[in-house]
Design a protein around this ligand. Structure first.
Ligand code: FAD
Ligand code: NAP
Length: 337
């Protein structure tokens, strides 16, 4: 197994942060990953997919494993469903497009999310009212210390809002090698109530949704609103939407009657972090090359040569300001190294 040394990570992370990794190993099979394990002992290790949910604030002193396991296969078919197993190194959006083309439903609202399939369970990726946990079946993962392949079903992943067991108790312990989804092959349950999907379908003259039409609508909305990392460095939403109690909300409404909030069950509400940041006056803020996107305050951006520490410092200034103005703690969604 060849390990490249002193590799620039600039093209491996969508923020475009120019740091170096001491070692980089490109892995294309489980066998190759297993072969690498002895070299990882006592060495710091980081698994990298598309680098679209990471902020590097310094050089990485250990070995980065670039996961490129490929392959998509239907492993089981029933009357209404298919079980589709996908290699962790497949591009997420390409995988969603393959499912849509094959008339397999469930992931169409998650079109155009950057990154790889292997990272999708890490934070239970979600958009437009759908999360992968809604049609996730199971995953296989290589335990980096023992070399054992373990299977995790939906419950074992402990999915939550932008959370899973792999971001918490099992952080850094497993390399996810494949993910299986249970997708509908007929009688699709379309989810078009969220945001502007229905409006976009109407604009396109579509009265009966199809998987393709919903996917196209999501793609059109995303393209119109979100910054393309190929044009301006970013990692999507930098912060999670905070979930607070009804009692806390009452206090905020007294000062900010227009605060955007959604029911989150259990007598709790979800605030839109982007709204809080915009209201606090950060939208469009720029210091040198680190900034808050001009159209979407939840997205921090690198205008070219910002360092990871500069982006981090900006995020901390925002966290402090939101705590002071609204009394709400903002939690970072992006993984920080
Ligand atoms: P990386 O950034 O490479 O890694 C993320 C984390 O997962 C790291 O901790 C890494 O170590 C770990 N990891 C990666 N692969 C594996 C593996 N195989 N095994 C074990 N650990 C692994 N996210 C959403 O949820 N919804 C959205 O709508 C959304 N929109 C976005 C829009 C833009 C413009 C951008 C830039 C990002 C967006 N994101 C969104 C965030 C991001 O795309 C997702 O979280 C995506 O799943 C990250 O995939 P990745 O392969 O790039 O992961
Ligand atoms: P948006 O539609 O303008 O909505 C703003 C915020 O309000 C979102 O954070 C969303 O929460 C919440 N929201 C809107 N309608 C809702 C509803 N009907 N019920 C509950 N919550 C609602 O957001 P956007 O920035 O254009 O993004 C659209 C979708 O893509 C969102 O689901 C967002 O999460 C996802 N996205 C995620 C990332 C990322 O990096 N994680 C980046 C870009 C877009 P939720 O975020 O909980 O949905």
């Amino acid at each position: 197994m060849e390990i490249q040394h002193a590799v620039s990570l600039k093209s491996y992370n969508t923020f475009g942060i120019d740091v170096k990794a001491e070692g980089l190993a490109v892995i294309t099979s489980v066998a190759a990953a297993t072969e690498l394990l002895p070299q990882l002992r006592n060495t710091q290790t980081l698994i990298l997919g598309g680098g679209s949910n990471l902020l590097f604030t310094k050089d990485f002193p250990g070995i980065i494993i670039l996961n490129q396991f490929k392959g998509i296969e239907v492993t089981e078919e029933t009357e209404n469903h298919c079980l589709v197993k996908c290699g962790a190194g497949e591009n997420w959006h390409s995988f969603v497009m393959t499912c849509v083309e094959r008339n397999l439903g469930g992931l169409e609202n998650l079109s155009l999310i950057p990154g790889n399939v292997g990272a999708s369970p890490m934070q239970n990726i979600g958009a437009y009212g759908v999360e992968i946990k809604d049609c996730f079946h199971s995953l296989e993962a290589l335990h980096l210390e023992t070399g054992r392949i373990d299977m995790f079903d939906n419950a074992a992943c402990k999915f939550g809002y932008r959370e899973s067991i792999f971001k918490n108790e099992l952080k850094g312990l497993y390399l996810i090698t494949s993910v299986a989804f249970k997708l509908s092959s007929r009688n699709h349950a379309y989810n078009i109530k969220y945001g502007a999907i229905a409006e976009e379908l109407a604009k396109q003259g579509i009265t009966e949704p199809t998987l393709r039409a919903v996917s196209n609508a999501v793609i059109a909305i995303r393209k119109s609103k979100l910054p393309d990392p190929a044009v301006i460095g970013n990692a999507g939403s930098f912060f999670k939407n905070p979930v607070i109690t009804q009692a806390q909300l009452v206090g905020i409404i007294e000062k900010y009657p227009d605060v955007v909030n959604y029911p989150a069950g259990d007598n709790k509400v979800k605030l839109a972090a982007g709204w809080l940041i915009e209201k606090a006056g950060w939208k469009g803020f720029r210091k040198d090359d680190a900034g808050v996107h001009v159209n979407q305050a939840l997205v921090l951006v690198n205008y070219g040569n910002a360092s990871g520490s500069e982006i981090w410092a900006l995020s901390q200034a925002i966290v402090d300001d939101i705590a002071e103005k609204f009394g709400v703690p903002l939690e970072r969604e992006v993984n920080i190294w």
